[in-house]
Write a protein that binds this ligand. Structure first.
Ligand SMILES: [Zn+2]
Length: 470
């Protein structure tokens, strides 16, 4: 494998070499479940999914961990506002996240640890920090990481070591810390907040320590890849590195990958500013989950991506072209000699696809290679230049590339029995030239979301891409 990835830690594209040959450990910061995830969040999750799929497609055994942050300041604030337990709020949004992720065909991560189920791991990590002199207690039972004790602090974000922390989740005057830059790894108990009774006293974990503890719990003290949105570089990932390496004395993550923001209307998509759209909003406007997935993965992860109707329309048309060529290949029957140039065409496409993705997951030229192939296949289908077997080979080739992309077909391939029976009835009607029945069944099937096209190879069906219904 010749994969190169741009490591935020070094600022360079580097050859990706797994720590252990043939295996990859990968951690992605998952959702904080206090609200539905927006499509900007999903850009970052689907970038990680694309990487995970590509590594697996290349034959690597990937262990992918994505956490669920189910206790933090925002969750506590919103649960209080609603007058419910935090568990009720987080269960609701965890379920919604999993449903959204599934519709967007995100590969289920191998482990999805919940922060509240790993407090013991977090406490053990904090005990290490205390024992090694990298953390200290304050009067209210909180524990802070002492940044002055960690000279490497700021390497990931390339900070001036004296720079003050900005955008921190805790106001500096809320807690009694030694240095304004220090961050809470443990928050002392407070009235009305969830609290755990632990070996380091009562309280709850800080957000940053959650990811350190959960990633190392499943991937070991040193692992290959950590992903997240670019807004997590500082302070979240900087803090993860400091507390993990200070606790274990070993290097934490080898390759840090950060996904650029999704823009909408020229501005960053962010819940804070209200400039957001959720998957459900996109579907309500008539776009399919496949089109949304396509729109979110079609640009390289480090490139800014403008999201809106223009990109969604282009995505809907792209997934439609793929569905159409696959349906045509599946239905294709011809008593023709094998196309002698097809193997070279497929080989060339595969080469372009791999070269593009190897180049820092540069998906745009990979998709261009796929669509060049689609154009060429359509031409050969129209010219009846393929044998029946060629068509099957080409369809299998496309489906193999789709193990990486996840944009070509809906998960369910067959039709419900009732619709299948209608198709058969229609084929029979056509055989006896009963056009009235044939047309009636075509319209009924269309009403059920199945489009029929009559071709030289008989009737061909496909599911309506949702955008076409509206
Ligand atoms: Zn994280």
């Amino acid at each position: 494998m010749n994969l190169r990835l741009t490591n935020t830690l070094t600022g360079r594209a580097e050859p990706f070499v797994p720590l252990e040959p043939g295996r990859v450990g990968m951690y992605s910061c998952g959702p904080t479940v206090y609200a539905p995830a927006h499509v900007g969040n999903f850009r970052s999750f689907l970038f990680a999914d694309l990487l995970r799929r590509y590594l697996a497609w290349q034959g690597l055994a990937v262990t992918w961990v994505m956490n669920i942050t189910d206790v933090d300041d925002k969750i506590i604030r919103d649960a209080r506002r609603e007058g419910v337990e935090i568990g009720e709020l987080t269960a609701r949004y965890t379920a919604l996240f999993l449903e959204d992720a599934q519709r967007l065909r995100m590969t289920p991560p191998d482990v999805m640890p919940r922060a509240t189920e790993h407090v013991t791991d977090m406490v053990a990590l904090i005990e290490q920090l205390l024992a090694r002199g990298h953390a200290y207690r304050t009067g209210d039972g909180s524990i802070f990481f002492r940044i002055a004790s960690w000279p490497g602090y700021g390497r990931l974000a390339r900070l001036d070591p004296t720079q003050q922390r900005v955008g921190e989740r805790v106001e500096s005057d809320e807690y009694d810390k030694d240095d304004v830059r220090d961050f809470a790894v443990w928050k002392g108990p407070r009235e009305g907040e969830p609290s755990w009774e632990t070996a380091i006293g009562p309280g709850r974990p800080g957000w940053h320590v959650e990811c350190s503890a959960m990633s190392m719990r499943y991937l070991g003290p040193t692992f290959d890849i950590h992903t997240g949105g670019v807004d997590l570089v500082f302070p979240h990932h900087e803090d993860e590195i400091a507390q993990s390496e200070a606790a274990t004395g070993q290097p934490f993550v080898r390759t840090w990958l950060h996904c650029a923001h999704l823009q909408m209307g020229g501005e960053k998509m962010a819940k804070r500013t209200g400039n957001i759209e959720r998957p459900a909003d996109v579907y309500a406007r008539g776009y399919s989950p496949r089109a949304l997935r396509y729109a979110l993965i079609a640009a390289q992860y480090r490139a800014p991506l403008e999201f809106g109707d223009e990109s969604l329309r282009a995505a809907a048309s792209a997934v439609e072209r793929l569905a159409t060529v696959l349906a045509a290949l599946d239905a294709y029957r011809a008593d023709a000699a094998p196309d002698a140039t097809l193997p070279a065409l497929l080989e060339e496409t595969r080469g372009r696809f791999v070269d593009a993705l190897d180049d820092d997951l540069n998906v745009s030229p990979a998709l261009a290679a796929v669509f060049d192939l689609v154009r060429e296949l359509n031409r050969r289908i129209d010219a009846r230049a393929l044998s029946t077997e060629d068509a099957a080979t080409a369809a299998a080739f496309l489906r193999d590339l789709d193990r990486v992309l996840g944009i070509m077909e809906e998960e369910a391939e067959g039709l419900e029995a009732e619709l299948e029976a209608m198709l058969e009835e229609r084929a029979a009607a056509r055989a006896r030239r009963d056009w009235a029945t044939s047309d009636r069944l075509r319209d009924e099937l269309a009403g059920r979301g199945v489009l029929i096209e009559d071709t030289r190879d008989g009737q061909r069906w496909r599911r309506v891409v949702e955008a076409q219904r509206g």
